[in-house]
Design a protein around this ligand. Structure first.
Ligand SMILES: NC(=O)c1ccc[n+]([C@@H]2O[C@H](COP(=O)([O-])OP(=O)(O)OC[C@H]3O[C@@H](n4cnc5c(N)ncnc54)[C@H](O)[C@@H]3O)[C@@H](O)[C@H]2O)c1
Length: 368
C-alpha cells in the first residue's frame, strides 16, 4: 500500500509568513508513516532547509496544481482569486462558508473541478470546539502591541509600523525595552481572560513584568453585572478578548470617557475580538480596523484630556509567525494523523458534510 501523502503549498497572501505545517509537525507525520511534500517558499517563516532536514521532499513554489489528484493539498490562507477548477482535496481557511464576498465563486471552483474543501475553521471536536485556532498568539501579540502603544504615548509619540518578530523572546524583549526595561507598574485588564486570546494576553503581561495583582482577569462572572465598567478606566491598557455571541451591554462608552476627563488612567484599548463593524460591538468608541503599518486610531477624548488610542488589528498572530504556526500545527496534528481514514474519522466526515451543504448552496447561487 502506498504511504499517505500531504502536500504543503506555498502561501500567496501578502505578509503571511505562517504555515499550516512546521518542520516539527512534518517530522511527526513522517515518523507516523506519511510522505510530506513541501513547496519551496521564501515567504514562510521556516526555511526550506528546515523541512528538508526532517525528511520532507521539496518541490517548486506554487506547483500544487500539477500534483497527483489523490494527494491532499494543505495551506493556511485562501487561494488567490481565480475561476480555475480545483480537482484536489484542499485543507485550508477558505472564508467562504458565511456568505463572505465571493463565497459562491470560490466553492464553484471546487464544484467544477470535483475537488473537496476541508475548511480549517470548521474542524471541530465532539463538543463543537475548533481543534486548532490562532487565538493564543493573537492575544499575546495584541497585548504586546498595546504595551508598545502605551510606551510611545508616554513619550508623546504615536506607535509606528509593527513588523513580525523572529520569535516570542524577541517580542518580549522589545516590549520591555520600550517600557524602559520592565512593564512593572503598568496596570492591565483583560476581558475574556479564560479564552484562547485572553490567556495569551495575560501571559504576555506576565512575561514583560507586570505584577500579578496589576493584571485584572475578567470573564463571564465579572461582566455578569452588566457594563459599562468604571474598572476599565482605571487601568493603563484594556484588552478585549471575548467571543461575542449575543448582544451585551457596552463595556466602555464615550460618555464614560467624557465624564472621567483628566482622571482617566486608561491610555490604550486593544480590541483583539475586533467586532468593529458588529452593531453589538461592546466598545463603541472607534469604527475602523487598524493595520500593522498604522496600528493605532485615536479616540475622541475632549480638549486637554490625556490621549487614548485603540488597536483593532484583525490578523495579530502574523506578528509571531513561528510560534503561532507551531501551536496551530501541533493542535491540528491529531486530526491530520487521521487523514488516511477521512472517510470514517468524525472530524473529517463532519467537515465534509458541512462542505457539501455549503457547496449545494453555492451551486444554487451560481446557477451551476
Ligand atoms: N484580532 C485577531 O487577530 C484575532 C485572532 C484570533 C481570534 N480573534 C477573535 O478573538 C475572539 C476570541 O477568540 P478566542 O479563540 O479566544 O475565543 P474563546 O472562545 O477561546 O474565548 C472567549 C472567552 O470570552 C469569554 N466571554 C464571552 N462573552 C463574554 C462576556 N460577555 N464577558 C466576559 N467574557 C466573555 C468566554 O467565556 C471565553 O472565555 C473571537 O472573536 C475571535 O474571532 C481575533
Amino acid at each position: 500500500m502506498s504511504r499517505p501523502t500531504l502536500w504543503l503549498r506555498c502561501e500567496k497572501k501578502e505578509f503571511e509568513r505562517r504555515s499550516a505545517l512546521t518542520p516539527t509537525t512534518a517530522k511527526k507525520l513522517i515518523d507516523a508513516g506519511f510522505d510530506i511534500i513541501v513547496e519551496r517558499d521564501d515567504q514562510r517563516i521556516f526555511d526550506d532547509a528546515e523541512f528538508e532536514a526532517v525528511g520532507c521532499k521539496l518541490v517548486e513554489n506554487n506547483s500544487w496544481p500539477s500534483a497527483p489528484k489523490e494527494i491532499p493539498i494543505i495551506g493556511l490562507k485562501e487561494l488567490p482569486v481565480s475561476t480555475e477548477p480545483l480537482p484536489h482535496t484542499h485543507i485550508q481557511f477558505a472564508h467562504c462558508y458565511k456568505t463572505q464576498a465571493g463565497w459562491s465563486s470560490v466553492l464553484a471552483r471546487f464544484h467544477n473541478g470535483g475537488g473537496t474543501l476541508y475548511d480549517l475553521e470548521f474542524l471541530t471536536d465532539e463538543s463543537g470546539r475548533r481543534v486548532a485556532a490562532f487565538g493564543y498568539h493573537a492575544g499575546f501579540a495584541g497585548a504586546a502591541a498595546g504595551a508598545l502603544a502605551l510606551a510611545s504615548q508616554k513619550k508623546g509619540k504615536k506607535l509606528g509600523k509593527l513588523e513580525p518578530y523572529a520569535n516570542e523572546t524577541e517580542m518580549v524583549e522589545a516590549v520591555k525595552a520600550a517600557l524602559g526595561g520592565t512593564g512593572k507598574g503598568v496596570k492591565a485588564l483583560v476581558i475574556g481572560a479564560l479564552g484562547r486570546c485572553g490567556r495569551g494576553a495575560v501571559d504576555l503581561f506576565k512575561k514583560i513584568g507586570l505584577e500579578e495583582d496589576d493584571i485584572l482577569k475578567w470573564d463571564m462572572a465579572e461582566t455578569a453585572k452588566g457594563g459599562p465598567f468604571q474598572e476599565i478606566l482605571d487601568v493603563d491598557i484594556f484588552v478585549n478578548c471575548i467571543y461575542l455571541s449575543s448582544p451585551i451591554p457596552h463595556f466602555l462608552t464615550h460618555k464614560q470617557i467624557d465624564a472621567a476627563g483628566k482622571d482617566r488612567q486608561l491610555a490604550v484599548v486593544v480590541d483583539v475580538s475586533c467586532d468593529t463593524t458588529n452593531p453589538h460591538n461592546p466598545i463603541p468608541i472607534y469604527n475602523i480596523n487598524t493595520t500593522f503599518s498604522n496600528p493605532t486610531v485615536p479616540v475622541e477624548v475632549g480638549e486637554g484630556n490625556p490621549s487614548m488610542t485603540v488597536i483593532s488589528i484583525d490578523h495579530l498572530p502574523t506578528l509571531l509567525p513561528r510560534e503561532a504556526s507551531e501551536q496551530f500545527s501541533s493542535d491540528l496534528l491529531p486530526s491530520l494523523l487521521q487523514l488516511p481514514s477521512r472517510q470514517t474519522a468524525r472530524v473529517w466526515t463532519d467537515a465534509e458534510k458541512l462542505y457539501k451543504e455549503k457547496l449545494a448552496l453555492a451551486v444554487k447561487a451560481e446557477g451551476l
